[in-house]
Design a protein around this ligand. Sequence first.
Ligand code: SAM
Length: 306
Amino acid sequence: SGNSTTKEARCMSSVIPGWFSEISPMWPGEAHSLKVEKILFQEKSDYQNVMVFQSSTYGKVLVLDGVIQLTERDECAYQEMITHLPLCSIPNPKKVLVIGGGDGGVLREVSRHSSVEQIDICEIDKMVIDVSKQFFPDIAVGYDDPRVTLHIGDGVAFLKAVPEGTYDAVIVDSSDPIGPAQELFEKPFFKSVARALRPGGVVCTQAESIWLHMHIIEDIVANCRQIFKGSVNYAWTTVPTYPSGVIGFMLCSTEGPLVNFKHPVNPIDADGTLSKTKRPLKFYNSEIHTAAFCLPSFAKKIIEAK
Ligand code: SAM
C-alpha cells in the first residue's frame, strides 16, 4: 500500500560509507548529507526509527524515520524561534502546552519566561525522551524545570481532553506529516487547539519549508483562517540542517484581545541571567522576531492571499 512504500522510502535514508543522507518523498530529488563520525544509537520504537549519530561538523544529530530532527550546532535557531515568536507576542503567558518536542528543547526555552506557571508537554514516544536525556543533556535540561508536567501520549487525544480555554499558548513541535505526526497538520487537530486556548491565546506550529512545501502550507493557512478568528501569520527562519535550509511556523491567535505577532510585547532576557540554565539566547532577538514575518513574493502571494 502507499503507506508501506512511503515507509520504505522513508527508511531509504541510510548511512553510506561515512555519510548520512536524508532521502525522503517529502523532498524528492534532493538530500542533505552529513559526515558521520560514529552511530551512537539506533532502535525502533513503537512509533518510529530512532537514531543518534556523531557528525563531524554539527555535533550530535537526532534522526527520526530517516529525517533530521535536530543537531547540537543549529537546534538553537528552531527551539528559540518556535518558542519566543508566540510567547514574546503576548503579555505574561502563564499556561503553556507543548505537543511533541520530546527532545526537551522547547521546554528549555519556555522555562526562560518567568511569567509562566505551568508547562504541560504531550510527547507520543518515550524513546525520544530517554534518548535525548542520554545524548543531548543541554537540550533535555528543559525537563528539569519544576513547572513541567510530562504526558506520554498522542497529542490529538490529549487536546480532545483539554478543558476549553485552558492555555495561553500551545506550541506544536511536531515531526513531519508522514508518520505519527500526520494528524497534527489536519483541521480537527487545529480545531481542538483553538478550543483549548483562552480568548487571545496563541498557537505556534512547525510549518515546513516555503521552498519545498507551499502546497502543504497553503492548506494549513486555509484551515487556520477558518478556525483562528484572531490573526493568522506565517513566519520562517534558517536552520541549515533542515531540508532547503529553512523552516516555517504558523502563528495564530483566537478571537479576543488582538495579538500583533510582528511586534513583540513581552521582551525576554537575552543573556539568560533570569533563566535557570543561565544559557544566553544564541539566535532569537526582537529584530529577527519582526523580520521572521517578512516573506518572499512567491510565498506572500499564496500565504497572504485574501
Ligand atoms: N524540530 C523537529 C522538526 O521540525 O521536525 C521536531 C522535533 S521533535 C523531536 C518532534 C516530536 O514530535 C517527536 O519526538 C515525535 O515523537 C513527536 N510526535 C510525532 N507525532 C506526535 C503525536 N501525534 N503526538 C505527540 N507527539 C508526536
